[in-house]
Design a protein around this ligand. Sequence first.
Ligand code: TYD
Length: 133
Amino acid sequence: MSLVEWIQLPNLGDHRGALVVAEADKNIPFEIKRLYYIFGAQPDLPRGFHAHKELQQVAFCIQGNCKMLMDNGIKKEEVLLNQSNKGLKIPPMVWHEMHDFSQDCILLVLANEHYDEFDYIRNYEDFKMRGTK
Ligand code: TYD
């Protein structure tokens, strides 16, 4: 499976403005149990630096733009999130780092589970060891 996979949400907007719809188990490939959003992030203060053991997520930059480094332990790819209806899948066991946030960036993330610190791998060496086992 490719490291970078996008989800394109329909824009049902008209002359009154945009309207983008995400539906659990339809265009989002899981039941959504949590969403969180990041804003006011600094261009020179990267975030993330972790992988999840099981969590599935999709990230949308609903305003502005930022970059995400994706790393599955074998290859790395850097992508630009800059379309409010184009979501990046963040599968389990993909190390990810977000950086170069625009001033106006709002990053919205949909997740299939509640927050669980035990699902995080925050040490890159641990991630590499688990990934190659
Ligand atoms: P963290 O995941 O480290 O942020 P990022 O990956 O963007 O750098 O989360 C920052 C803090 O917020 C950390 O203490 C965990 C907490 N947190 C929650 O309590 N619930 C959540 O849903 C998320 C995403 C984070």
